[in-house]
Design a protein around this ligand. Structure first.
Ligand code: FMN
Length: 234
């Protein structure tokens, strides 16, 4: 959009339909983890609701906010004071945010989050090792208490194939919680890498393909456009 390009500006601020969802304007806010959930319990609170209300007005801010990543389970958490979306208390907490955004005519989506190996033993249930697709540490840092000091992530435990159904359920339950909390949509990340037809698979109860993290970035078609689509098409 060039400066003074009135027709493009007009369309930027015009409504758009996303499936059954009507979104009043097209500047959308990307997910921004800011912490500040109430502890203990990792519960979204009135301060979080105010922050979203300030940004979720479709004429002044975002037509749609993809909310900060929400932890699907205790095991899936890697940072201090990041809100979860798997307990009744957290659902009630998020409802304050979705209500605040909806009251202004805005829309809000939930980003479901399992950090995998990018975690530390201290936020893990029983102080156990974080689970990941591999036992190789991520060589990254995380903050695990209110000091916000970043510490090296812990050595993860490689997830067994027999544990995958429980991880799938760790996403299914929070997706139901997100609906209950009043979210308009759910955003998913890496599952789309290896399942180009993810919605089709969900709709028909079809198996999901695992991703190959070695091909996440760079390279050619392998691991980029080579994953099969069970729905057919290209
Ligand atoms: C403070 C902060 C928190 C972020 N949290 C998330 C997050 O929770 N989920 C996510 O997918 N991306 C997250 N991101 C990435 C942003 O969504 C976005 O992709 C990135 O900031 C690039 O966009 P920008 O150049 O407009 O800032 C975060 C970025 C920042 C700066």
């Amino acid at each position: 959009m060039g400066t003074g390009d009135v027709s493009s500006a007009a369309s930027l601020f015009s409504p758009v339909g996303v499936g059954p969802l009507r979104v009043a304007s097209r500047p959308w806010m990307a997910p921004l983890t800011r912490g500040r959930a109430s502890m203990p319990g990792h519960v979204p609170n009135a301060l979080n609701a105010l922050s979203y209300a300030q940004r979720g007005h479709p004429a002044r801010g975002a037509g749609l906010i993809i909310a900060q990543a929400a932890c699907v389970s205790e095991e899936g958490r890697g940072y201090d004071a990041t809100a979860g979306i798997h307990t009744p208390e957290q659902v009630r907490g998020w409802k304050q945010l979705t209500d605040a955004v909806h009251a202004q005519g805005g829309r809000i989506a939930c980003q479901l989050w399992h950090v995998g190996r990018v975690s530390h033993t201290s936020p893990q249930p029983g102080g156990g090792q974080p689970v990941g697709p591999t036992s190789v540490p991520s060589r990254s840092r995380t903050y695990v208490d209110a000091s916000m000091e970043r510490v090296p992530t812990s050595v993860p435990r490689a997830l067994g194939a027999d544990e995958i159904p429980a991880i799938v359920e760790q996403f299914a339950h929070p997706a139901r919680c997100a609906k209950e909390a009043g979210f308009d949509a759910v955003a998913l990340g890496r599952a789309f890498i290896s399942n180009p037809d993810l919605a089709h698979r969900f709709r028909h109860g079809l198996p999901l393909s695992p991703w190959d993290s070695a091909t996440f970035s760079g390279g050619g078609a392998a691991g980029y456009t080579s994953y099969p689509s069970l729905a057919g098409g290209r």
